[in-house]
Write a protein that binds this ligand. Structure first.
Ligand SMILES: Cc1cc2nc3c(=O)[nH]c(=O)nc-3n(C[C@H](O)[C@H](O)[C@H](O)COP(=O)(O)OP(=O)(O)OC[C@H]3O[C@@H](n4cnc5c(N)ncnc54)[C@H](O)[C@@H]3O)c2cc1C
Length: 285
């Protein structure tokens, strides 16, 4: 222990109610899940934490994973490798690959999905995809609970409020039969220049019946062009010469309106990754 500095006390609640009561009485405590985010940002030999520490991983309900007819519900403290253990056939390729791209096997053995979503330190690489999947987050504090979309969660007005704990992540099952999740750059070290690209499509009888795509940046910005997605719906595959199509300018314009956050290199990357996804769809015919 450092001289004249009190070591933080560590609390081990066993139920969500105990946790919410503790957090209410000590709102400046640090919620500690897997610790990979918390500890990777502290270089001191004895990391300093504000207030006391509330350890979340002894709360069984917080690690539960349930499947219902319509969705997968993952407790915030489920470890990433445990989530991967559900299998690619249930998670579907994009989510499976997105989780697998986080850290290393050792990190994913400790890191939790809730810690990833709440982490204020690093790029939140799951967010662009969770948005496309219509995910909802349950936020609870003593006496109240609410479900929010990833976009609201990231907003200042509607995001996580003091005293709130992320308890569950609900991901509806989807019918996108073509999925892609790609990371360019190095998420593990130079995450500020990394880009995550997700694209989901439904193809039925050679028709594009569903299409969603998004990209995430190192500064936690997320790009989505719904207008452009909609213009492509109902198209018959194969789709060739998309860049010459006036509709493609909707994507280019949408990217240019975010020129303060998205570099010209990233713009080219996003257009290229999108076009290569469409080529892959053409090739499946
Ligand atoms: C080498 C390395 C590589 C990494 N690569 C990636 C990557 O590719 N992509 C990526 O997104 N992240 C990455 N990370 C960051 C981090 O490890 C992960 O985001 C991880 O999932 C965090 O989970 P955790 O359980 O360890 O969180 P913790 O470190 O325990 O907590 C992180 C933050 O979330 C808060 N918190 C945790 N659980 C809750 C909860 N239920 N409710 C409210 N607040 C909560 C904590 O108070 C803390 O502020 C990497 C980290 C390292 C060390």
């Amino acid at each position: 222990m450092k001289k004249n500095v009190r070591s933080p006390l560590v609390y081990y609640p066993k139920t969500i109610n105990e946790l919410l009561a503790l957090y209410k009485s000590m709102p400046d405590s640090t919620l500690f899940a897997g610790g990979t985010g918390l500890l990777s940002t502290r270089s001191a030999k004895y990391p300093d934490f504000p207030g006391n520490i509330i350890y979340l991983r002894r709360i069984e309900e917080l690690s539960a994973i349930r499947r219902s007819e319509g969705y997968l519900e993952i407790g915030a403290c489920a470890r990433l490798n445990r989530v991967l253990g559900i299998g690619e056939h249930v998670l579907k390729p994009a989510l499976f690959n997105a989780i697998k791209a986080i850290g290393t096997m050792e990190i994913r053995n400790l890191a939790t999905i809730g810690g990833n979503i709440c982490s204020p330190y690093r790029v939140k690489s799951l967010f662009p995809l969770l948005m496309l999947l219509d995910t909802r987050f349950e936020l609870r504090k003593q006496g109240s609970s609410r479900w929010v979309t990833p976009r609201k969660f990231l907003s200042q007005e509607e995001g996580r409020k003091p005293g709130e704990v992320l308890t569950r992540i609900r991901i509806p099952f989807n019918n996108f039969n073509h999925q892609s999740y790609i990371v360019t750059g190095d998420l593990k070290s130079d995450y500020s220049s990394a880009l995550t690209f997700c694209c989901l499509a439904s193809v039925q009888k050679e028709n594009l019946t569903g299409l969603r795509f998004s990209a995430g940046f190192g500064n936690n910005g997320i790009f989505r062009a719904r207008d452009f997605e909609e213009t492509l719906l109902g198209r018959k595959l194969p789709v060739y010469g998309l860049t010459a199509d006036p509709l493609f300018s909707r994507l280019t314009t949408a990217l240019k309106t975010r020129k303060d956050e998205i570099s010209s290199f990233q713009r080219v990357q996003i257009e290229g990754l999108f076009l290569s996804f469409i080529h892959q769809l053409n090739d499946t015919l």
